[in-house]
Design a protein around this ligand. Structure first.
Ligand code: SAH
Length: 239
């Protein structure tokens, strides 16, 4: 009687690889780590961002999970993207640049105004910082909460409200990051900064290019420095 043919060992390995290939491919696609590494190298490190915690967070957080499905293919492009309700997720470099300025990390308490997709909040949380984030559009706030929880950043505390008033019950903060352009710096936010605290905020008319400003508080003295021209969606006020 004839025995069934015995394939050489290498043929079995080859067959196994062929079977597993679509699985591995799907994994790579769902994580898109290669694109993220290129984004950090080509858009962020090349433009001078050095803070290791910021770079590690930008490499770790799956940006494509924070944009609508229709934008997912462009998630790692060098530009802002629409996230619905007329709002945008900032360009990756701007997120990294602002993150580096406020030096997030364990033991730092940070307030964000403008949760949007939750991406910036996740980046801050990935550094080990304690993050509070306020969003004025309820639907965006609700979606961001679900997304942050699903990705393991449920510790981020969020609130659907007008961020003009800050978060008095949790103040003071080591740093405040504002991701919508305001004509002036809301006084309650300055008040809620710790002595030695920093705030990064785009200031200027919503219809023109604005200036990204770094505000520092020391005792009763508040100083500010202009960093670079930027374009952000307008800081809105609750009616
Ligand atoms: N940081 C976000 C990008 C947000 S775009 C991200 O990583 O995706 C700016 C956001 O600020 C918008 O979602 C807008 O609704 C919100 N916003 C504008 N004015 C606000 C206010 N007064 N208080 C809280 N959020 C505000």
């Amino acid at each position: 009687m004839r025995k069934p043919p015995v394939l050489p060992y290498r043929a079995y390995v080859l067959l196994l690889c062929l079977v597993l290939l679509p699985v591995c491919d799907a994994r790579a696609e769902s994580d898109r780590a290669t694109e993220r590494m290129a984004m950090v190298r080509e858009q962020i490190v090349s433009r001078g961002v050095k803070d290791p915690a910021t770079l590690a967070a930008m490499r770790a957080i799956p940006r494509h999970r924070f944009v609508p499905g229709s934008q997912a293919a462009s998630a790692y492009d060098d530009r802002p993207l629409p996230i619905g309700h007329g709002q945008t997720i900032s360009q990756p470099f701007i997120v990294a640049y602002m993150t580096e300025l406020i030096r997030p990390g364990p033991g730092r308490k940070i307030l964000e105004i403008g949760t949007g997709s939750g991406y910036q909040a996740a980046i801050l949380a990935a550094t080990g910082a304690e993050v509070y984030s306020i969003e004025i559009i309820t639907e965006l706030a609700t979606d961001a909460v679900a997304r942050l929880r699903e990705l393991g950043y449920g510790a981020v505390q969020t609130r659907a409200a007008d961020g003009y008033h800050g978060w008095a019950e949790q103040a003071p903060f080591d740093a405040i990051i504002v991701t919508a352009a305001s004509e002036f710096i809301p006084p309650p936010l300055i008040e809620q900064l710790k002595d030695g605290g920093v705030m990064v905020i785009p200031v200027g008319s919503p219809f023109f290019v604005q200036t990204l400003m770094l505000v520092q508080k020391r005792g009763n003295a508040v100083t500010s420095a202009n960093l670079m021209p930027v374009r952000f969606v307008p800081f809105r006020r609750a009616e």
